[in-house]
Design a protein around this ligand. Structure first.
Ligand SMILES: [Zn+2]
Length: 464
């Protein structure tokens, strides 16, 4: 009997110890409150702003979430949720309509975990974040009056807004041309009348989003002029294919020369065009040139124009159609190629149809392209001056003979270079609009604000 009693006593003692250990485990296994993060975390927001609340509790999981807005001393509950021990929770939400008035308010968030801490209430994390409700769309004033655009050509609009803009620009169909803030606080946007768009479909719309996300769109006053582009017939010979296609064999192994030609002329052309679009997105937010006309290659005869509609024939049969998106200029073999204006080299290398090429960024989405080069003399990141020799002409890529393919791009879209060679066009369409009257600083004597690097060493600086 005595032995049995001692066994029972030991068992009870063991159970008590186990029980206490279990209770201690439950009490102390989750010592940390949930981790809460909110985006946006602060600043101006609109009724349309999508908040995202992320809560994590890797210990006991989540029990409760409360969101409230506080404005002028008044607290409005926005959400109160009982949770089932989730370890992670993402809750998107927007501000309810007609709850808050314009101006500052605070969001208070309390997330509680399922631990037994705090007399079984759980541990609570509290955050409060400061915002300003702005539900009014920006008010825009278009300051440039005339927007006369030629089909395939470019234009500039200058506008101002009654508040800071997060994103602005001009929409043309499904294209978006980015606007940039000028040093005087106004905004400027180069945009284009795309070469492929019929005149009655060209309707440029000014678009602006404030920092809180409110959007204003309005049609720009504009005057478009349709252009008749030249029709061109290009005969593809076997000797051309034998000469040019080996450059692309590694891209299209096992294909016939003719198939390589068609793939390069279609697919690769498309791919290169989208890369030019990506380069435009990284354009400098200020003008890197001084407002003087772009240089046209010296002593060079034009061989093909911008917008030429090219039909390609092989053995008398039409095999392809493409639009020529630059001007071809031919002079001597391996003639020096000069930077048409000051800017920053943003790409060098081999582009499918264009062969060895250089892209120079002139800022505000404006860029120039130099193609079919036999030699590239600059590197990406390098600043170049107008007139500086950057390479030599050649016949790389899909070029029948030695020439320079010169392209001008606005927001990545090729536009007619002819306008940019014309000082009158630039004065009427660019510099006169940029001049304006800056509110704080005195008006500059130059036709356009010139960055120091671009202004000092004008065209004289030519390297041989
Ligand atoms: Zn060309």
């Amino acid at each position: 009997m005595k032995a049995a009693g001692s066994v029972i006593t030991r068992l009870v003692a063991a159970l008590v110890v186990l029980g206490l250990a279990g209770l201690a485990f439950l009490l102390f296994r989750d010592m940390t409150p949930p981790v809460v993060s909110l985006t946006p975390a602060a600043g101006p927001v609109s009724q349309a702003t999508e908040f995202s609340l992320k809560i994590e509790d890797q210990g006991s999981g989540l029990r409760h979430l409360a969101i409230a807005a506080v404005q002028n001393g008044k607290t409005t509950p926005l959400a109160s949720l009982d949770l089932a021990g989730e370890r992670e929770l993402t809750k998107p939400f927007t501000l309810p309509e007609k709850t808050l008035s314009e101006g500052p308010f605070t969001l208070e968030i309390a997330a509680t975990d399922a631990s037994f801490s705090n007399f079984f209430q759980g541990r609570t994390a509290e955050i409060s974040a400061q915002f300003t409700l702005d539900s009014r769309a920006p008010i825009l004033q278009v300051e440039s009056l005339a927007h006369n655009l030629n089909q395939g050509g470019a234009g500039l609009t200058v506008f101002s807004a009654n508040e800071d803009l997060g994103r602005s620009g001009v929409k043309v169909g499904d294209l978006f041309f980015t606007g940039y803030r000028l040093p005087d606080g106004r905004y400027a946007c180069f945009f284009a009348f795309p070469y492929y768009l019929p005149k009655d479909e060209f309707k440029p719309v000014l678009y602006a989003q404030d920092v809180a996300g409110n959007i204003r769109s309005r049609e720009l006053p504009y005057h478009p002029t349709a252009k008749n582009f030249r029709q061109d017939r290009i005969t593809i010979s076997d000797s051309f294919l034998n000469d040019k296609m080996p450059q692309f064999e590694k891209d299209y192994p096992g294909e016939t020369n003719l198939n390589i030609f068609l793939k390069v002329n279609r697919e690769m052309r498309q791919r290169d065009a989208s890369e030019l679009g990506r380069l435009a997105a990284a354009s400098a937010p200020e003008m890197l040139w001084d407002g003087r006309a772009f240089l046209r290659m010296k002593n060079a005869a034009p061989k093909a124009g911008f917008g030429d509609e090219r039909d390609y024939y092989y053995n008398g049969e039409k095999i392809d159609h493409q639009t020529h998106l630059g001007v071809d200029l031919a002079s001597l073999q391996n003639a020096p190629v000069e930077a048409s204006n000051s800017g920053k080299v943003v790409r060098t290398g081999f582009y499918g149809i264009y062969g060895n090429s250089i892209v120079i960024d002139h800022g505000l989405g404006l860029q120039t392209l130099y193609s079919h080069l036999s030699e590239i003399g600059v590197e990406p990141g390098q600043m170049v001056q107008k007139g500086e020799v950057i390479g030599k002409t050649g016949a790389t890529g899909m070029a029948g003979g030695d020439h320079l393919h010169f392209g001008v791009l606005v927001g990545g879209l090729p536009v007619s270079p002819i306008e940019w060679w014309d000082q009158h066009w630039i004065e009427d369409n660019v510099t006169s609009k940029l001049k304006g009257t800056p509110p704080e600083t005195p008006a500059p004597a130059e036709p356009a604000p010139a960055p120091p690097a671009a202004g000092k060493k004008a065209p004289a600086a030519k390297k041989k």
